[in-house]
Design a protein. Structure first.
Length: 705
């Protein structure tokens, strides 16, 4: 393999260039190449100044994450950066794209920093469950002060070049886009003006004042207790930055190393890194693999949306945010008006929250949005997304009409959450152009998109769905057809488990509390209140005829609905929202219904504690997820993980249910299921895949490879 780092002596300037596509990550070869290049530049008789620059689309985007967990190889990044900083010749680094993590830490070790205007820089390690481990927590505060450093390191959010210049992180924003030219010009000035070597590690001015600033550090910890509840690494980030203000540079580096190692050893790091790679892995589907069945995405310039309700309006806004023109179709003039109002309502919310200007909203409504009460406007669109009422006969009627009206090649998608899309496709003359695009509410904010592939969907249409998702910045996951696809099918199983626990003596409030402590933003009962209890009620009625009579059925939720209590929208559900919209006051009637039901059927309190709640809830989720993989509804376990992470609030730091199961131990999951099955064998039927993997001491992850 060619050396990813080159040294080129241009007159009296030594130009070191990193070229390690796609993102110039700091692999061992890059680190070794940098070490040698800086040594050679320093010993070169002609070179008076050194420029570090990168080829390709970005500056160094960080340490090579795929090396994490493997035995560390020399040169170690902190040592390398120390050596770079020790250079006797002045160094300027020229940044384009993103200087992230270890990449920014390398830049902090250089003596001067310039960037193009479009460049961004940040320390996103916290998003991987770790902290900057190559001096970032010690050098950044020395350049920008402890407060700004804390903001950047605990949020992980990169900042733009101009903002970086304003706080002293970089010295200059260059003119134009030619990063090498900007770097050379600065290096020239360094030589001509005899600019001195300037080592970040030696500057203590900006941090002196923050030694012992408890208000700053305790204040940040208090904030994180709210924003990053249950997480490990954000708090270690604060400890490390605090150490920069109280310890010498060398001691601070030792503290950083110790804290970094603690993060590396934590299960949260495994979960977060699984999520990072998982987010990218789900985009790789069999229809993209080279070969005769490789799909070619169709050009999607305009889209039709059927239905202007909550989902239709949300999808419309999501499309318009990606600059895609939308024609919305509703049943009649009145419904069309309501559809427009729903779209405006969402955009106005964006304006209120400062996400959008009034001008941007007007430009969308006037330039990208049309609404009509007939299908004529859909003749030439490239894709139609149907988001009408969840009723098979309604959907079939719509698809028959679309099939007649739309030009050849238009892709027809349904946003159904559970209906059989094979059946919908069969009522058209183009079943290979039909697929499911299952958005999650609110569709303009939620990142998950299930791309549901029927038995006839063509590879071109599948990859078109993925290409659209990419434009919309959604995380698309390929799913097969079954009731509820990947996410809702697993959801109904673990909600059933929660229902059974309630019959067995646990209160809905204890379940919510346990799940929040596990890391969910909300527990299942408060989520149901938010979504509307009528939705689950309708599903239960739909499935009543096919319900397994051997599995107990709790009627308490139906009784709540019979009172007209549908959750937040009626100010009463499992919780009472009459005083405020926070799920903290139980509706007293709920426990009365539950107690009455337990008494009527003679259900005994099984004394399930918090640990028991989590073990049951997770086992039911993992078991159903394994069945979903076993049946080929999900391609791989990682697909399930990403669905649960991006659509159902599963805590990212746990990586997803399959990753959690691997870390917990599949044999232990099986043992749990066997224990619970003694009491409720009809519900607890283990997945064959789970049993097989556990018997072979394998992991779900082995199926992701
Ligand atoms: N290490 C290894 N691989 C990486 C990587 C990294 N740091 N960053 C990205 N990649 C890989 C991706 O997995 C992907 O691989 P694939 O094509 O096989 O799926 C490929 O590079 C391209 O990445 P994206 O699809 O994400 O490309 P984008 O252009 O959308 O985004 C990016 C580019 C903004 C740089 C984004 O990749 C990113 O955010 N990367 C991670 C940055 C990061 O977290 N850096 C910190 C690393 S930890 C560290 O530095 C520790 C240090 O303090 C000691």
């Amino acid at each position: 393999m060619s050396n990813p780092v080159t040294l080129d002596i241009q007159g009296d300037i030594a130009v070191i260039t990193v070229s390690n596509p796609p993102v110039n990550a700091l692999s061992q070869a890059v680190r070794a190449g940098l070490k040698k290049a800086f040594e050679d530049a320093n010993s070169n008789g002609d070179a008076k100044a050194i420029l570090l620059v990168c080829d390709g689309r970005t500056f160094i985007a960080g340490a090579d994450i795929s090396e994490f967990g493997k035995p560390p190889m020399e040169p170690h990044l902190p040592d390398l950066i120390y050596e770079i900083e020790s250079s006797e010749k002045p160094i300027v680094v020229a940044i384009h794209g993103t200087a992230l993590g270890g990449g920014l830490e390398v830049a902090l070790g250089c003596h001067y920093r310039v960037a193009v205007k479009s460049a961004k820089m940040g320390l996103p390690e916290v998003g991987l469950g770790i902290l900057p481990g190559a001096g970032g927590t010690q050098r950044l505060p020395r350049l920008v002060g402890a407060q700004k450093a804390l903001e950047m390191i605990t949020s992980g959010i990169p900042i733009k070049a101009e903002a970086a210049a304003a706080i002293g992180l970089i010295d200059e924003v260059g003119e134009g886009d030619d990063i090498a030219a900007i770097g050379i010009a600065f290096a020239r000035r360094m030589v001509d003006e005899n600019m001195p070597v300037r080592r970040t590690r030696d500057g203590n001015e900006k941090i002196k004042a923050d030694a012992g600033n408890t208000a700053l550090f305790e204040g940040t910890r208090a904030l994180l207790n709210k924003k990053a509840r249950g997480m490990f690494s954000p708090f270690k980030c604060v400890d490390a930055v605090e150490a920069a203000t109280t310890q010498s540079f060398d001691e601070g580096m030792k503290t950083e190393r110790r804290l970094f190692q603690e993060c590396m050893d934590s299960p949260q790091r495994h979960g977060m890194i699984h999520a990072f790679f998982g987010e990218r892995a789900v985009g790789k589907i069999k229809e993209m693999a080279p070969g005769p069945n490789q799909g070619k995405p169709r050009d999607i310039k305009t889209v039709g949306v059927i239905g202007g309700g909550t989902m239709g309006a949300g999808i419309t806004v999501a499309l318009m945010q990606s600059r895609i023109p939308v024609t919305m179709v509703e049943r009649n003039e009145e419904a069309a008006k309501a559809g427009r109002a729903n779209v405006e309502y969402i955009l106005d919310g964006g304006v209120k929250r400062g996400k959008l200007t009034v001008e941007q909203k007007d430009a969308m409504m006037n330039g990208l949005y049309k609404v009509s009460d007939n299908y004529d406007g859909l003749k030439d669109v490239d894709l139609v997304i149907e988001a009408a009422f969840e009723e098979m006969s309604v959907k079939k009627q719509i698809f028959k009409t679309l099939d007649k009206v739309c030009k050849q090649g238009t892709i027809l998608a349904s946003n159904t959450s559970y209906l059989d899309i094979n059946e919908i496709a069969a009522c058209t003359n183009r079943p290979s152009d039909v697929l499911g695009l299952h958005f999650f509410s609110p569709a303009n904010l939620m990142r998950l998109l299930e791309v549901v592939v029927t038995k006839d969907t063509s590879p071109d249409v599948v990859v078109s769905g993925f290409a659209l998702a990419k434009r919309m910045r959604k995380v698309a996951v390929r799913a097969g057809v079954c009731d509820g696809f990947i996410g809702n099918r697993i959801l109904s199983n673990y909600l059933k488990c929660a229902e059974l626990m309630v019959l067995d003596g646990v209160s809905p409030y204890d379940i919510d509390k346990a799940l929040v402590e596990f890391g969910y933003p909300m527990g299942p009962f408060s989520v149901s209140d938010l979504a509307g209890l009528d939705i689950g009620w309708a599903t239960r009625k739909r499935l009543a005829a096919t319900r397994d009579p051997n599995i107990r059925y709790g009627t308490y939720a139906d009784k709540i609905c019979e009172q007209g209590w549908f959750g937040r929208k009626t100010k009463m559900g499992f919780y009472d929202y009459s005083k405020h919209m926070v799920a903290d006051t139980p509706n007293p009637a709920v426990m009365e219904y539950i107690e009455a039901e337990r008494k009527e059927h003679g259900y005994v309190d099984k004394g399930i504690d918090q640990d028991g709640i989590i073990r049951r809830y997770l086992a039911s989720m993992i078991n159903e997820a394994a069945k979903v993989v076993e049946e080929g509804i999900a391609q791989r376990p990682v697909d399930v993980d990403m669905v649960l992470l991006f659509g159902y609030g599963f805590p990212r730091f746990r990586g997803g249910p399959m990753k959690y199961a691997d870390m917990y131990g599949l044999d232990k999951v099986v043992a749990d299921i066997e224990e619970f099955a003694k009491e409720d064998p009809a519900f607890w039927q283990p997945s064959k895949l789970l049993l097989d993997l556990a018997a072979k001491s394998e992991t779900f992850d082995s199926l992701n490879k």
